[in-house]
Design a protein around this ligand. Structure first.
Ligand SMILES: [Mn+2]
Length: 336
């Protein structure tokens, strides 16, 4: 695979550093997604098969949906005494799919600059994690793409299980190759991973199906509450605390936002979920020119231009009003 010149030097240096490590601790961002956990699993497969001890750190609970990617015997560690000790004692500390300290949860206090490597494709806004080597490129489709560049530089072939985990990162972050980051290079990488042994059909069930009834109930509750502002092209659903509490952790079900953004005439889709303690979790998607990362940052959150999130103080009604106002002004600015 062609490697953009500016990435080559860093990818080589990171590959050398990882090859020289006796133990590697890997963290992704809180509420880790398919790209974060796919990349972490790929790193664990690739260096684990060389005999390196690789420990995975889960600042928030590891999503069961991604368990099939983990190497045998690797169990992501909570931010308790055991997890923190695994991080502190590792010869190399790796951060994947995040570059802001606040995204690391309780683990953030235990990274040491000289031992830290960051690989990420988010545009850094709020201040970077201090690292010895940082491969950060928002032009990459996924962190999995940057990690693949690194793995190729190790000189060891990328095995089928590492390839599968990288493919999961690529598929989930590109919306199954439908979003604007589905670049020619992302497709070339997908082809190379399939050649390395990925069975794409076998991934459909674990990634997209296997929904539990409660997950479809989440969708049902959201669709019942769906509202649409025709003038601005905003579609949203706000879930009150009692619904949100009942559905619990299942609220992470991504398919809900997909449906909201698929309504005809939608430029911005918003899912708001009231949490305990007077906070509302807000997830934003843009289908056009509006930059929802800027909206998320107004509320202390972040993300990509077309996919971002934040936690807003207040009840769900107040948060909805604030976020809608911010989205309307972002849409006014994005319209020429
Ligand atoms: Mn990502």
């Amino acid at each position: 695979m062609d490697l953009p010149a500016h990435r080559l030097d860093l990818a080589k240096r990171i590959a050398e550093r990882l090859k020289g490590s006796t133990s590697i601790a890997v963290s992704t961002h809180v509420n880790g997604d398919g790209d974060g956990w796919g990349s972490a699993s790929a790193l664990a497969h690739h260096f684990g098969s060389r005999g390196t001890e690789v420990r995975l750190l889960a600042a928030t609970p590891f999503p069961e949906r991604y368990r099939f990617m983990l190497p045998e015997g690797v169990e992501p560690l909570d931010p308790d005494a055991v997890g923190v000790e695994a991080l502190r004692s590792a010869s190399t500390q790796v951060v994947l799919d995040a570059s802001e300290p606040s995204r690391l949860g309780e683990f953030r206090l235990h990274f040491e600059r000289q031992r830290t490597i960051v690989i990420d494709h988010h545009a850094v806004a709020a201040g970077e994690i201090e690292a010895d080597l940082s491969l950060i490129d928002p032009a990459a489709a996924a962190t999995a793409e940057l990690l693949y560049d690194v793995l190729l530089q190790t000189g060891d072939p990328v095995g089928p299980l590492a390839a599968q985990a990288l493919y999961v990162g690529l598929v989930t972050d590109t919306g199954s190759f439908r979003y604007s980051n589905s670049t020619p290079r992302a497709h070339r990488m997908a082809a190379a991973l399939i050649e390395a042994g990925v069975n794409t059909e076998a991934l459909y069930q674990p990634l997209f199906a296997n929904l539990r009834p409660a997950e479809l109930s989440t969708l049902q509750a959201a669709l019942e509450r769906m509202q649409h502002d025709e003038e601005y092209g905003i579609t949203w659903a706000a879930l009150e605390l009692d619904v949100s509490r009942e559905l619990g952790a299942l609220m992470e079900y991504e398919g809900v936002l997909e449906h909201l953004r698929n309504l005809a005439g939608t430029e911005v889709a918003i899912l708001l979920r009231e949490l305990e303690g007077g906070e509302v979790k807000v997830s934003l998607r843009s289908t056009g020119a509006a930059d929802v990362a800027t909206v998320a940052r107004l509320f202390g959150g972040g993300g990509h231009t077309k996919a971002a999130g934040a936690v807003v103080s207040g009840n769900v009604g107040e948060a909805t009003a604030l976020v809608l106002a911010a989205c309307r002004s972002a849409l006014e600015q994005s319209t020429p």
